[in-house]
Design a protein around this ligand. Structure first.
Ligand SMILES: [Zn+2]
Length: 342
């Protein structure tokens, strides 16, 4: 697993290094249902039928998307008919350009608006202004080093080359409008398979959906589950931790045998509960300290990250506290002890 690297692409940062990923093998969940979890980006799943293939999520860059398509091609030659997007984050959709032109893209209706608000202009700015500046600065730094034998030069040269490849890759990103959007739920029949897409209201984002492979009791949750690593909570993107916990609790009651998370390994449905328990436990700690009269800064210092058995995205932990703290403040003010009713 390369979680540290895989999440870099959420905000299109500058990679220091990229993984050599020649040998990625899909993880077989059922005879015709696979997950790809070792990518630089969000997890992908695909379902193979005699009438075509359905894919969930598209990878973090066009190059990443190409890898996904080639991994699928090692399993089946059937046409890729559907591409389902779990939400609008770049590490799940920026690989779309690698998919066939005639693939039918399906997502929640708010994904279009979210793309407009958070992806389109930012991407243009990043590609046309931010990245060229970054490349120029790396070039200048390189030119200042006379001795090409030093570790410093070699490391910087490697960073420069990595960024050059990555920059060429992201220039090919296409933001495609879904061919079909829905609000509550959407049902797909493909050969004898039934796939249900459900919108459980905002949790991770305002457009997050859950994909249910009904014939198999398997679900793909998108980033409603970060398995064994710290989750991304982004206020502007519509995060709602209270609702997120409820979504996970509801799903946990369903007849589900395997869960494909947005990041991390495929596992049993216990990871739904683990994700909800992380939020609950953190919320209780924050609320107890709040009630004891501590301010946010002090609360952050008093909750030890080591109390949680998670690895990866550690930088998100203090943001997790901030987001839950403010949600707690607002929820308690408006609706009394709402948090404590779980
Ligand atoms: Zn996400």
């Amino acid at each position: 697993m390369n979680l540290k690297v895989s999440l870099l692409f959420l905000y299109l940062l500058f990679p220091r290094f990229l993984n050599a990923q020649e040998s990625i093998k899909p993880y077989k969940i059922r005879e015709n249902l696979y997950a790809i979890t070792e990518l630089d980006g969000g997890n992908v799943s695909f379902l193979v039928t005699r009438k075509g293939i359905l894919v969930v999520d598209a990878g973090s860059t066009p190059g990443n998307g190409e890898k996904i398509v080639s991994i699928i091609r090692e399993v089946s030659d059937e046409p890729i008919k559907y591409l389902i997007l779990t939400h609008f984050h770049g590490d799940h959709i920026n690989g779309i350009a690698a998919f066939p032109e005639d693939v039918k893209i399906i997502a929640h209706e708010k994904l279009i608006e979210n793309n407009k608000l958070f992806n389109e202009d930012q991407l243009k700015n990043y590609i046309n202004k931010v990245y060229p500046k970054h490349m120029e600065s790396l070039k200048v730094q390189l030119e200042l080093l006379d001795n090409k034998e030093t570790d410093e030069y070699i490391a910087l040269k490697k960073e420069f080359d990595t960024n050059k490849v990555y920059y060429e890759d992201i220039k090919k990103i296409k933001i495609r409008k879904p061919d079909k959007t829905f609000n509550d739920y959407y049902k797909i029949k493909l050969a004898d398979e039934r796939i249900i897409l459900e919108y459980p209201d905002p949790g991770h984002t305002s457009d997050n959906i859950v994909v249910k492979f009904s014939n198999h009791n398997v679900i793909h949750t998108g980033d409603l589950v970060f398995n064994a690593c710290f989750p991304y909570l982004i206020v502007e993107h519509g995060v709602d931790v209270y609702n997120w916990i409820q979504i996970l609790d509801d799903l946990y009651l369903e007849n589900i045998s395997r869960v494909i998370p947005g990041h991390g390994d495929v596992a049993g449905k216990r990871i739904l509960k683990e994700q909800a328990d992380y939020f609950r436990s953190l919320a209780y700690k924050i609320d107890a300290l709040r009630n004891a009269g501590y301010e946010l800064d002090e609360i952050k210092k008093r909750i030890d990250i080591k109390e949680f058995d998670l690895k990866g995205n550690e930088g998100q932990f203090s943001i997790n506290i901030e987001v839950i703290y403010s949600e707690l403040e607002n929820t308690l003010n408006e609706e009394g002890q709402k948090w404590w009713k779980f």
